[in-house]
Design a protein around this ligand. Structure first.
Ligand code: MG
Length: 256
């Protein structure tokens, strides 16, 4: 079901999303070569708790009987890892890595969801371009996230832009409505036909999240039951914000 948020609920969404944005800021300020992804995760967890929120990804169900719930507060995915990387005390961040951090802050019963891909030290020109195209794909998409348009208009804009830059979008994972639940309707693919899907209405809150691969679109899941990697070993990047559909342009709730 697609939920339309009331004025009061929108205020609560703003608050949760602000915590998510401040947590990304803390990560940006602290990420450096030599630290582990577990240390980075701890910074995020402590930031969210300090700001009165719960890291909502912790204990998120895997969907498999034989795979434990997600064990950390953030998903951290490096280089050819696309999404859902598990923070680890053994995983060291290196100079030249691109590190995607996806996190959800739950505050007062509402969720704020955002992802960024950070460049660690000096990265390759190609990595730099991938990260920038992924970020831009989000902004290309939300040009169409206005009242009366359809979800497919947003999906189409993202997919076409990414294709025009010579990259691939991930097809198996998508953006989503968000509110009291981390994942609400509608699903928002990063590709598709314009003019299809539900109409956008003021009060909808949506997580729009291009996941972009440098090479071919095929992905694999690691044996940990969580981590998604590119099949061809090429780099991947992720950029996500929670937005609010309004009477005019969308409001980006997870940017400071
Ligand atoms: Mg997310």
């Amino acid at each position: 079901m697609v939920t339309i948020k009331s004025k009061k609920e929108i205020e609560l969404m703003r608050e949760a999303c602000r915590v998510a944005a401040l947590t990304q800021k803390a990560i940006e300020e602290n990420i450096k070569p030599g630290m582990t992804t577990w240390e980075l995760d701890q910074i995020a967890e402590q930031t969210m708790i300090k700001l009165g929120a719960i890291p909502a990804e912790k204990n998120y169900p895997s969907g498999y009987d034989d795979v434990p719930n997600f064990p950390a507060s953030t998903c951290i995915s490096i280089n050819d890892e696309v999404i859902h990387g598990i923070p680890s005390k053994k995983r060291i961040i290196k100079e030249g890595d691109i590190v995607s951090v996806d996190l959800v802050a739950l505050k007062n019963g509402f969720n704020g969801d955002c992802a960024r891909t950070f460049k660690v030290g000096k990265v390759s020109k190609e990595a730099e371009r991938l990260v920038e195209v992924t970020r831009k794909a989000f902004f290309e998409g939300i040009k169409y996230a206005v009242k009366g348009n359809r979800i497919g208009d947003v999906s189409h804009a993202i997919g076409e832009y990414v294709k025009s830059q010579g990259y691939s979008v991930v097809k198996e994972f998508q953006g989503h409505g968000i509110g009291r639940q981390m994942h609400e309707d509608p699903g928002i693919p990063n590709y598709g036909k314009a003019g299809r899907g539900i109409r956008l209405e003021p009060g909808m809150t949506l997580a729009i999240e291009p996941m972009v691969i440098q090479g071919k679109e095929n992905i694999l899941e690691l044996d940990d039951g969580w981590t998604i990697i590119t099949e061809d070993g090429s780099l991947a990047a992720h950029y996500e914000n929670t937005i609010l559909i309004t009477e005019k342009n969308p409001e980006i709730l997870t940017m400071l």
